[in-house]
Every structure is written in C-alpha cells, then in structure tokens.
Design a binder for this molecule. Structure first.
Ligand SMILES: Nc1ncnc2c1ncn2[C@@H]1O[C@H](COP(=O)(O)OP(=O)(O)OP(=O)(O)O)[C@@H](O)[C@H]1O
Ligand SMILES: [Mg+2]
Length: 286
C-alpha cells in the first residue's frame, strides 16, 4: 500500500458569528490550527467555547463567517465522504442490523453489494464486533454502539475522522477501553483525527497534539505536543510525563472555565461563597 499523505486540515483566522432570533453571538474568534495528514489532534476547552462549532465547520455542517477552513488545500463546501463523523449520541439506524449499518455508507458510495459485505465484516472484525453483525443497535451496550459508530464512519475510507465527545456517554471503565481500541484502530488506518473532548486524560492518552481553547468567543489559547511513544498503553498514565501534562492542561483549562462562568465565581466566591458555615450546617445560615 502506498503511503497516503492526505487528510490535512488547516484553519486560519477563523471566526463564527451565529444569528438567531435577532441576537448575534460570536462563537469562535480568529482561531488558527492545523492537523497534519495522519495526525491525532484533540480540541479541549470549557463548555460553550466553540469546540463543536469548529468540528462542524470541518465536517461542512456550519459555514465560517470569516477566515479559512481547508481540507487538503481546498475550501470546505459541505459534508463529504472524505470526512467521517462520530457524535456523542449514538447515531445508528435502529432498524438496520450492525452489519447493515456499516454497509450503509458503502451503499451510498455506490459500492456493489458483493464487495460491501466483506468490507463491512473486515472492519467489524477489527473492532471485535463480528459476532454481533446480525444484532440490532438496541441489543448492544453503549460501548458497542459507539464502536459500530466508529466502524461505520471508517467504512467509506475517509481521510479525516471527526469525533465530538464520542465517549462522553460511557462509564469511566468502558471509556478507557474504548480509548485503547480507538488508538489501536487509528494506528492501523493512519488517517487524521480531530477529536473533541472535555476529558484531559483522554486527550493526552489519544493525541499527538492538543489545542486548548479559551472561553467564548473561542480562540486557540495553547498548542501542546504530546511526546509519549506509540502504541499508547494504559500504564503510561502513571508516568511523570503524563502526570506533568495533566497538570499543565488542568491549569490552562481552569483559568478558562473560571472566565466562562463569569465574575460571580471569582475571588471570594471560590472560598465557600464567602460564608462561615460551621458545624451547624447550612440550615443555620440560610
Ligand atoms: N446553531 C447555532 N445557533 C446559535 N448559537 C449557536 C449555534 N451553535 C452553537 N451556538 C452557540 O455557540 C457557542 C459555542 O457552542 P459549541 O456547541 O461550539 O460549544 P462547545 O465548546 O462544543 O460546548 P460543549 O463543551 O458544551 O459541547 C455556544 O454559546 C452556543 O450556544
Ligand atoms: Mg460541544
């Protein structure tokens, strides 16, 4: 197989203003970032800072108000099969079996039925889901549904995989297993990934590079390179390098989360709302 050098995302000086009900809201302001072909990049930042908006621009669901968003040097005109998307909510078709869900994108791409079945089965095998090919989404756990979602997004051979908090609805243990499955799958495909998450450890474990966004209007506050070797192993989360990165990112995010929550939480607000409660409890205070 020849080395593929596609899937470059380049965002420069990007601004997004939403107009709804007569109100305008600046969601993103002069954001500049890039994802190189085959790179795994995470985007983290406080709630409402514009992470999903940036990802939706790359997916082609939202148009920027100013600046440029390019994939492989071409302006993004709308959604396309070169970019696969996985959301937090499981977006499988409940009336289709697992294998038919995966085959769906292949069918849309015009791939004949005789090729669709073996392609879907190969991908399901990589994700450990072949035994469930004839199950329906209702019969699967959350982690399994999201694995099918990832397989489905990969089935059309996209150059870019866009993931918006894909493990956000899973319990902590399932989440850790899913992270390992995702890094293993990504190492085999070597496509570019733009991954949105709230979870600092998750972003470090998965990524080559992490962009930290400011509170809204979101700008890029910091670009952090993750120097941990591949393949990533769960034991790495105990290393001094990993812990150092967690601390660095926590400090950056904390500043922005405070900014996002507004002035009421600053100063005295963080030291117990400025109240002396004592052993009698809240009852005696209010
Ligand atoms: N279609 C829209 N119309 C109007 N405002 C929008 C629209 N989409 C997003 N916004 C606003 O833009 C801002 C950024 O939203 P966005 O969903 O990108 O944030 P986020 O960083 O993904 O947040 P979270 O971490 O909570 O998912 C928010 O204030 C949101 O209310
Ligand atoms: Mg979001």
């Amino acid at each position: 197989m020849s080395e593929q050098l596609r899937g470059a995302i380049s965002i420069s000086d990007l601004g997004v203003i939403f107009n709804s009900g007569g109100n305008t809201l600046q969601a993103v302001s002069s954001a500049t970032m890039d994802v190189k072909p085959g790179e795994f990049v995470s985007l983290i930042g406080p709630s409402g800072c514009g992470k999903s908006t940036l990802l939706n621009i790359v997916a082609g669901f939202v148009n920027p108000t100013s600046g440029n968003a390019l994939v492989d040097g071409a302006a993004i005109k709308g959604p396309g099969s070169d970019r696969g998307v996985v959301f937090q909510q499981y977006s499988l078709f409940p009336w289709l079996s697992v294998r038919r869900n995966v085959e769906f994108g292949l069918k849309m791409k015009g791939i004949p039925a005789a090729q669709r079945v073996p392609q879907a089965r190969t991908l399901l095998g990589l994700a450990g889901l072949l035994a469930f090919e004839n199950h329906y989404p209702d019969q699967l756990s959350g982690g399994m549904k999201q694995r099918v979602g990832i397989v489905r997004a990969l089935a059309t051979s996209p150059q870019v995989l866009l993931m918006d908090e894909p493990f956000g609805a899973l319990d902590a243990q399932t989440r850790v297993v899913m992270q390992e499955i995702l890094t293993n799958m990504w190492q085999q495909f070597r496509i570019s990934v733009l991954f949105v998450t709230h979870d600092i450890e998750e972003s470090i474990f998965l990524s080559d590079k992490i962009y930290v966004m400011t509170a809204r209007p979101g700008r890029i506050k910091a670009e952090i390179t993750v120097p941990l070797p591949r393949p990533r192993k769960p034991e790495m989360t105990y290393t001094p390098e990993f812990i150092g990165l967690v601390q660095q990112l926590k400090a950056l995010i904390r500043e922005e989360s405070l900014a996002a929550m507004g002035s009421e939480l600053k100063d005295g607000g963080l030291s117990g709302f400025g109240m002396e409660v004592g052993p009698q409890g809240v009852e005696k205070v209010v």
